[in-house]
Design a protein around this ligand. Structure first.
Ligand SMILES: [Fe+2]
Ligand SMILES: [Fe+2]
Length: 285
């Protein structure tokens, strides 16, 4: 919106509600989203991004050894980085679907355990977003435990979603290669692998990026989709691709999964490989 017009409307809003509330607190409207910029070393000829989600710490089916095996691998490589994509705790609380008596530890202990378990790789974590299991606590108390965990690990917190702009390596022109990543915890998507994959693919209808990462389904998968973009600067249609990644889980088959006939999850995380010399991304599970 034109600046002069915005100023006029803000003044009008202040006249209307200013004696009741601070108009700034009424809402921010369509505030532009700033991407979180990350500058990795220009020496890297590639880097790995490992999305970690759905630990469900507190669920007796959580697999800490699997998590530590990934952490060990990450720490063994100077160019391996991590994003945390929600459901780090299980947080079965009294009004949630999960079995409130079934958790091995109370939510307070679950949060402490997540911090302790992720501390060894805290310098590798590029971003954190929240999941629906953390949101249960927010809904009940107004306390955002994902923000607390991100704070404690000294990393950046995006809330419900994150846009990352990652600079790495050096292209032929001497400038870094720049990638965009969109990540959010995600939502339910039907029972079949096809339904889950379609749901992941449909995310491009809302947000475009080089890599789109979602979680929640505990279904680890990845696929690439070609995309054609008309470029008015060159007059050519540019061929590109979007890499879709669903990040999996670190929990076996909780009781709700048994009751609902949901199969066990393939545990662990995908590995997203970004080239640092020319723009290219690969992903493997
Ligand atoms: Fe989950
Ligand atoms: Fe979830």
């Amino acid at each position: 919106m034109e600046q002069k017009k915005e100023k006029r409307l803000k003044k009008w809003l202040k006249n209307l509600v200013g004696d009741l509330v601070d108009p700034e607190k009424l809402g921010q409207g369509n505030k532009p989203i700033k991407m979180h910029q990350i500058k990795l070393s220009s020496q890297f000829d590639h880097f790995h991004l490992i999305p970690i989600s759905d630990l469900h710490v507190g669920d007796p089916q959580f697999n800490p050894i699997k998590l530590l095996a990934y952490e060990e691998w990450i720490m063994s490589k100077e160019n391996a980085f991590v994003v945390l994509n929600g459901d780090l705790v299980d947080a079965a609380i009294k009004n949630s679907i999960g079995d409130v008596y079934g958790n091995a530890f109370i939510p307070g202990m679950q949060i402490k355990l997540v911090h302790k378990l992720l501390e060894p790789i805290k310098d590798r974590i590029l971003a954190v977003v929240s999941g629906n299991h953390e949101d249960r606590i927010f809904k009940e108390t107004g306390i955002d435990i994902s923000e607390w965990i991100a704070d404690k690990l000294g990393t950046w917190y995006g809330g419900d979603e994150a846009w990352l702009e990652i600079h790495v390596g050096k292209g032929k022109n001497g400038k870094p290669i720049v990638y965009t990543v969109y990540m959010t915890h995600g939502w339910g998507a039907g029972r079949t692998p096809g339904a889950k994959t379609n749901n992941l693919s449909k995310m491009k209808e809302i947000s475009l990026a080089d890599v789109i990462i979602a979680s929640h389904t505990h279904f680890m998968t990845t696929h690439h989709e070609p995309i054609r973009i008309p470029d008015i600067r060159t007059g050519f249609v540019r061929e590109d691709k979007i890499v879709f990644v669903s990040s999996g889980a670190y929990v076996g088959r909780p009781t709700y999964a048994v009751r609902k006939g949901i199969p066990p999850a393939k545990q662990g995380s995908p590995n997203i490989w970004f080239d640092g010399r020319r723009k290219d991304v690969h992903s493997s599970i």
